[in-house]
Design a protein around this ligand. Structure first.
Ligand SMILES: [Zn+2]
Length: 183
């Protein structure tokens, strides 16, 4: 049984591919590697499927880009063998090697963007997130195998085409949402 990664009362809106926060959204010089589920900072994040934690890493930092805060990423290998990245977390509650269950609390949403640091020189999509009041989210990616990190930065690929292992999570998340709504 799969679980929705956020409290159901919070956000079950799945952005369509190519639109804001959607898979492979074009962002001027980069493409979005996953899907953004907008949520307030500190919102609970749950494991979608049973699996094992592969790695927990720092994902963003003001040392890398001035408009970022520090956030973390959890990479989980699910029972099906797929790799799920839960990122832009303020806190990770699991450690590498740990087994997790579907629905288990694994972390909390972080405040990835620092609105005070976003100005006219920054990427248009970042300015639009500031205007829309959407500085925090769960960034979710699906991979068939170990993520390709060449031309990758903070949830985006600078390549024209998606790397071979990257999957569009839209149909998968839609199927989970259908299951939840039919209960
Ligand atoms: Zn994202």
């Amino acid at each position: 049984m799969s679980s929705w990664p956020l409290p159901i009362s919070t956000n079950t809106t799945i952005p369509q591919p190519g639109t804001r926060g959607g898979f492979w959204e074009f962002r001027g010089d980069r493409h979005h590697a996953g899907i953004d589920l907008y949520a307030a900072p500190d919102c609970d994040v749950f494991a979608i499927e049973n699996g094992v934690v592969v790695e927990v890493t720092q994902f963003t930092s003001p040392d890398i880009l001035h408009y970022w805060n520090v956030t973390y990423s959890i990479l989980l290998r699910s029972e099906s063998g797929l790799l799920f990245r839960y990122a832009e977390l303020g806190e990770a509650l699991v450690t590498p090697g740990e087994n997790v269950k579907s629905g288990q609390l694994i972390g909390h949403v972080g405040l990835v963007l620092n609105p005070d640091e976003i100005g006219p020189q920054d990427p248009g999509y970042i300015q639009e997130l500031k205007s829309a009041g959407l500085p925090s989210m769960l960034h979710f990616e699906m991979h068939q195998s170990q993520p390709d990190l060449t031309e990758y930065l903070g949830g985006n690929y600078f390549s024209q085409l998606p790397p071979a292992q990257l999957m569009d999570p839209t149909p998968f998340l839609q199927s989970i949402r259908r299951d939840i709504n039919s209960k």
